[in-house]
Design a protein around this ligand. Sequence first.
Ligand code: ZN
Length: 337
Amino acid sequence: MSEQQAALEAKIYSYVGRDYGPQHAWDPVNAVMIRHWCEAMGDANPIYTDPAYEELKAAAVPVEGIVAPPTMLQAWTMKGYANQLPAGSCEDDAFEVLGLLEAAGFTGVVAVNCDQEYERYLQLGEKVYHHCKLESISEHKTTPLGEGYFVTVVYSFYVDDAEGNAEKVGSMLFRVLKFKPAHQAKPAEDSVSDKPASRKISRPKPGINRDNAFFWEGLKQGKLLIQKCIGCQTLRHPPGPMCPACNSLEWDTKQSTGKGTIYSYVNLHHPQVPPFDSPNPVALVELDEGTRLIGGLVGIKPKDVKIGLPVSVEITTEDDLTLALFRPDSLNSDTQA
Ligand code: ZN
């Protein structure tokens, strides 16, 4: 271990075990945020939005009125875009140690775990707050993304009862990898190495399961397939076991022409993850058949990507992975990447 690394580790490990908090919620648990959450997530469970479903709810939770989806736990105490905290909150950031790693050249960051546990449902009017503990920092690790450290923070969420006693209502483990991107030039002091020459990094493999295997098999045969309900003919993507329109479990596929338009897009700048370029243009493409899917863009400079641009699928095989990319139909030659 270099002297520099030893000094860095002595500093970062001194943060382990630190407590941060409390961080208070801006608002008590409320129907407006719950409704927006349910709309955004497509969660139609009426116990979250309709007080008339007392009977249905009573079996799971014996309280009056609607309850919040447990998965909203973290939403109550989030800072929001303005990055401000309600009065009485701790100003220190539980991830402040990442700044030390950043300064030491570990510029990449990627979230690797998020595990939540719920003790009970939250009810309207409850004021949530959380405390964080920097639980652990791993030893120095070498990963496909680059060398770095795993940093784990555990959040504990509470509400106070009428007597002012804290009741734990849930917890969340959040782990990030802070790393030196593997494709970056190494600093001079690390230039003597017995590691093999850097190998080519492959694209991450998709998670293939029984619901979506047809999609990836179709691509291998050169076809872009869309799942189609046999019950009502509705097309859907991403794939799933049940038709959201008629609840039928019977499905077939339809081959797409592969033509569509850019419905929305992002140019990803960070984290810089090989083998992708930075910025990396990724589009949400609305196919002519009506469904939308996400795919990387080729043949265009990031600055020229526009909503509404006509694109066609380009089925590509890299290593042993066949995937759907999209290429703009017509562009001036000077804008082609
Ligand atoms: Zn259907």
